[in-house]
Design a binder for this molecule. Structure first.
Ligand code: NG1
Ligand code: MG
Length: 526
């Protein structure tokens, strides 16, 4: 996770060879556009990609590791800077190649960084401002309060679809912060610092917060820290860590195809019956298991976090270790074995398929219904008669296990003599398909359209098709051999997209094909 954001002298340092024919003209247009707009040439381009989660869905807020990757689609910010003429303020001019949709903005801001960002309205330049504010804080921390700030001119080109579950926001915020740091004289930017500042900055914009404070850091981590040809294992405990996991060079034919469903699930509106309800359900399930399986009086952790409930509930630091210490098995049992044990315990302990009422849960926890609601549902209001603790817990533990199994397959496939790539791909595919089954049946975060898209993908030759991101609509990811990409795209068009009313923009953004790509980079214009 250490090191600086790489400096690129050529586009080949940023994209895989297959992407160059489309990227070269795009970059030329961007640089020419900058010169035309501002009357002089850009000095640099800051670049951060979008991301897609390959496997590990709805387990980040239980603090289990997830496996996203950076995609080719990205946010580019061409920029140039000069020292501000005033010590009290500095000027930002930011424009977008799509100026009909994202009109140019100009603002003069106080040098002390004390400016507001109105998160209640959608304003595209807010994402820049939030990266800017985070970057200024870091600069002041490093250099003291009297940093001499620069005026910056920028032109943006973003290809990550907005609201498509590919984290266009993280791409925009990280490239903005990177720009501001470089424009203000940082010679190099530490990747870890950039990631951490972007996580905090994006929270401040407040958009897409969905009412939860899950470690959404997977987005910024994947955008900044990814390496070409590798997925990124993001783990959250004991602290945020990210480790590139290489796909074997013998898998050149593997592509990830991301297909939108164009069913939208607005977390703000549907949270009480989907995303937030799941967060509450897993927290209650952890408390229930704790009460039944751990010695009497074992408390729930006090550091319940900003929600006032424990998002740590399922993680090894808490329930899992305490329970594991009760087991006769030696401490050294593998994580896989521990997860398997947990799955078995859930099956024995949480037997009610139909779910649990508030009264039933409260009784087992030894608290009143009012206390249960206060403890688990006051910060995240939910609407539910019954909580499906068994199914949600089984999903979390089995999905965490699948992430480990996915890593193990990748590990085996890079061993010398491992030549049967098709067998490995099929195994990776099987795990991703099982993830989809678990989402559909146990976590119930799929929907008819996502299920249909997955069936179409698999039918047309994908090794795997699953929803990615929160679900209930949104986006799917397909593991596809390169020679089947066209057939999967055709099948999706014929059997899904052609049957829907779609705008031209949606048609353009429906499918994105990518291999695991580079994270953030800065390009120096020659
Ligand atoms: P998406 O829908 O890609 O934003 C959301 C959460 C993730 C994770 C996934 C489910 C936000 C911003 N992100 O992802 O942290 O919980 O759902 O795996 O809420
Ligand atoms: Mg986002």
């Amino acid at each position: 996770m250490a090191g600086s954001v790489p400096v690129a002298k050529a586009l080949a340092d940023i994209y895989p060879p297959t992407a160059l024919p489309t990227q070269l003209p795009r970059w030329n247009d961007l640089l020419q556009g900058f010169e035309k707009k501002y009357g002089y040439r850009a000095s640099n381009v800051a670049r951060s990609p979008g991301r897609v989660n390959i496997i590990g869905e709805h387990i980040d807020y239980s603090l289990y590791a997830v496996l996203p990757m950076a995609i080719t689609a990205d946010c580019l910010l061409a920029f140039s800077a000069k020292p501000s003429s005033s010590p009290e303020s500095f000027r930002i001019r930011i424009a977008n190649v799509d100026d009909a949709k994202f009109p140019a903005r100009e603002f003069t801001l106080p040098a002390d960084g004390g400016f507001e960002i109105d998160a209640t309205v959608f304003e595209w330049s807010n994402y820049f401002k939030s990266g800017l504010r985070g970057a200024l804080e870091l600069l002041r921390k490093k250099r003291g309060t009297d940093v001499k700030l620069h005026d910056i001119d920028l032109l943006m080109d973003g290809t990550v679809p907005i609201g498509g579950g590919l984290s266009s926001s993280a791409a925009f915020v990280t490239s903005s912060a990177l720009t501001v740091l470089l424009a203000n004289g940082e010679e190099s930017v530490d990747k870890k610092e950039l990631t951490e500042l972007a996580i905090v900055s994006e929270r401040a914009v407040g958009v897409n917060s969905g009412g939860t404070d899950s470690p959404r850091s997977m987005d910024q981590s994947a955008s900044v820290l990814s390496e070409q040809g590798a997925a990124l294992l993001v783990s959250f405990s004991p602290s945020l860590e990210a480790k590139p996991i290489k796909f074997p060079p013998t898998h050149p034919e593997l592509c990830f195809l991301v297909a939108q469903s164009f069913v939208t699930s607005n977390k703000q509106v549907t949270g009480p019956v989907n995303y937030n309800l799941r967060v509450v359900e897993v927290s209650i399930a952890a408390a229930y298991l704790n009460a039944v399986l751990n010695p009497p009086g074992t408390p729930l952790p006090e550091d319940a976090g900003p929600l006032g409930i424990s998002l740590h509930g399922f993680h090894d630091n808490y329930f899992y270790h305490q329970t594991a210490s009760d087991l006769s098995a030696p401490k050294s049992i593998s994580k896989e074995e521990e997860l398997n044990k947990l799955i078995a315990m859930v099956k024995e302990t949480l037997t009610q398929e139909e779910g649990y009422t508030r009264e039933e849960v409260a009784k087992v926890l030894g608290i009143s219904v009012a206390d249960l609601e206060k403890r688990f549902m006051s910060k995240l209001p939910v609407r539910a008669e019954r909580f499906k603790l068994r199914q949600r817990a089984l999903h979390v533990f089995s999905e965490a296990l699948r992430v480990l199994q996915f890593l193990a397959v990748l590990d085996r496939s890079v061993e010398p003599g491992a030549t049967d790539t098709t067998a490995f791909n099929q195994e990776l595919g099987r795990l991703m398909n099982e993830s989809q089954d678990s989402s559909r049946v146990l976590y119930e975060n799929s929907c008819a359209e996502l299920d249909q898209i997955c069936e179409i993908g698999r039918g047309a030759g994908a090794y795997a098709s699953r929803l990615t991101g929160a679900g209930w609509g949104g986006c799917t990811v397909h593991l596809v051999p390169a020679d089947r990409v066209a057939s999967v795209e055709e099948a999706l068009e014929r059997e899904y997209y052609s049957k829907r009313e779609m705008s031209d923009e949606q048609k353009e953004q429906a499918v994105v094909v990518s291999r695991p790509g580079h994270g953030s980079a800065v390009y120096v214009v020659q």
